[in-house]
Design a protein around this ligand. Structure first.
Ligand code: SAH
Ligand code: SF4
Ligand code: F3S
Length: 481
């Protein structure tokens, strides 16, 4: 097996490098074309993403490369010529899922030796994971990481033209690769990653170890991408980063996330702008002001609190207290009336007592989040919290988790009840999954709304009167103007 784990620093990913990758892309395209002529069958790929929106956005880049190489996507694993798993390691269950999938592919690879099985993403940035896959899942052909995703054409070309498995993971990130192709999943909403990495080292979290330090894309590159999206007919943009509030800090030239929002707000064609994630410690008054001023910025903010107890927050290395968070939430609600706040919460961080947990419940009751993503604390090897001996027993975690859900579901439902009978503006995203006349859109506050509609409404802002309310979604009737 050819193993390349690179430890180079400050790698420049120049435009020449991207051009070189395009040459590999052409090579694979030619190989595929020749094979298609012989077999009369298009080459197919199957791509599964396990992680966050940034991982999804990376997968859209992989899909972009694959599309240009002449592959079409398939849902059916058995038909695939290339199978790629883009992995996540933020919690243990995300990792276990990947191993389950990989194990199930062994037979397929035996039946179809020319099949290429590739694994990439955050899990691969951990040397012990790569080692485990090399030993236990010998049918995997290609392993690469998050930092060298732009080299996918070269790596795939090498994997196709040789019989031995290939591993290439970079320990540190190079400069940001611009100019890669992309194939977006949705025609109305587009994700735009504005920065990579994280410097915060929350004591439970693996992300800084696998995604590296914060690197911001240039304002010019981002604005050009959004302008192009506006011209292509996209209506909504979601700006992505582990902590978008620290966008631009690494450039040391006064660039800030608030300044970026003002610029994006001016771009023609785009109707709505969202962003995530915001770290409470970095949420500036300048940004609150920008959210208020920018017409296209949605009235929704995802502001992970993680825990309610000041003691736990300190041990999590979050750098704010319960009171500071409550004060921040109140200031945002004051500045942007009607704004929806959503959050992430971890239950059962080491040393969490019943009293600490009650502080989390207290924050839910006081802030009244529209919704919360709740997670059982998961031990991540290499993080400071994993070494602690005062881990919370599973059954205690589960009991607290259920109580948390109960409280949050009630609050979500109460907030949704407030929509009953109201007229709301929604951006229509497409057909609802279970019905061929029901369409789905979202309010500025990120509520999912189902209504009876027509295909030509997709991508349009329409008004709907809410007539039925559930905990997770609203139902309404279109008001024709
Ligand atoms: N950068 C973002 C999100 C990072 S990961 C932020 O800071 O908010 C998404 C969520 O996963 C986190 O907000 C956190 O709630 C959760 N998470 C991260 N590490 C975890 C762990 N070890 N166990 C359980 N949940 C975790
Ligand atoms: Fe993880 Fe904290 Fe960074 Fe979010 S801010 S990615 S939780 S280290
Ligand atoms: Fe997971 Fe990596 Fe995102 S660890 S949450 S896919 S940055």
């Amino acid at each position: 097996m050819s193993l390349r784990i690179e430890e180079r620093k400050n790698i420049q990913v120049s435009t020449e490098e991207i051009t070189r990758q395009r040459q590999f892309l052409e090579e694979v395209k030619q190989i595929n074309y020749q094979k298609e002529l012989k077999t009369g069958r298009k080459k197919l790929y199957h791509l599964v993403t396990f992680g966050c929106q940034m991982n999804e956005n990376d997968s859209e880049r992989l899909a972009g490369f694959l599309g240009e190489m002449g592959y079409a996507e398939t849902e059916n694993i058995n038909d695939s010529d290339v199978i790629i798993y883009n992995t996540c390691c933020v919690r243990e269950n995300a990792e276990l899922k990947v191993y389950g999938h990989l194990g199930a592919l062994k037979h397929l690879k035996e039946e179809k030796p020319e099949l290429i099985i590739a694994v990439c993403g955050c899990m691969m940035q951990q040397p012990e994971v790569v080692e485990h896959i090399r030993k236990k899942y010998r049918h995997v052909d290609l392993i690469f990481g998050t930092h060298n995703l732009f080299k996918f054409p070269e790596l795939l070309y090498t994997a196709i033209s040789s019989n031995s498995p290939l591993v290439e993971v970079w320990e540190t990130a190079g400069t940001i690769a611009e100019g890669m192709p992309i194939e977006r999943k949705n025609g109305v909403k587009a994700w735009v990653t504005i920065m990579y990495g994280c410097n915060n080292f929350c004591s439970y979290c693996i992300v800084p170890y696998v995604r590296g330090r914060e690197r911001s894309r240039s304002m010019e590159d981002i604005i050009n991408e959004v302008r192009m999206l506006g011209q292509q007919g996209y209506k909504e943009i979601a700006l992505l980063g582990q902590n978008v509030n620290s966008y631009g800090k690494d450039m040391k030239d006064g660039t800030s996330f608030a300044k970026l929002l003002y610029e994006i707000d001016k771009i023609e064609g785009i109707e709505r702008v969202r962003f995530m994630t915001s770290h409470p410690k970095d949420l500036s008054d300048e940004l609150i002001q920008a959210m208020r001023d920018c017409k296209k910025v949605c009235r929704h903010l995802h502001l992970p609190v993680q825990a309610g107890s000041t003691k736990v927050l300190k041990e999590m290395n979050r750098k704010y207290t319960k009171e500071q968070y409550l004060d921040l939430a109140a200031r945002i609600k004051n500045a942007v009336p009607g704004i929806a706040l959503t959050t992430d919460i971890i239950v059962g961080f080491p040393g969490e007592t019943e009293e600490d947990f009650n502080d989390t419940i207290d924050v839910l009751e006081k802030v009244r989040f529209d919704s919360a993503y709740t997670f059982l604390y998961s031990k991540r090897t290499g993080t400071p919290a994993a070494k602690r001996e005062d881990q919370v027993p599973e059954e205690v975690k589960k009991r607290r988790f259920d109580r948390l859900l109960e409280v949050q579901n009630r609050i979500s439902r109460e907030i949704n009840d407030g929509y009953m009978g109201k007229e709301v503006e929604i951006l229509v995203e497409g057909l609802s999954k279970n019905n061929d006349e029901t369409y789905t859109g979202r309010t500025s506050t990120d509520k999912i709304v189902h209504f009876k509609g027509r295909e030509e409404l997709i991508g349009k802002l329409v008004t709907v009167r809410i007539e039925q309310v559930q905990t997770w979604s609203l139902f309404g009737t279109l008001i024709e103007k």
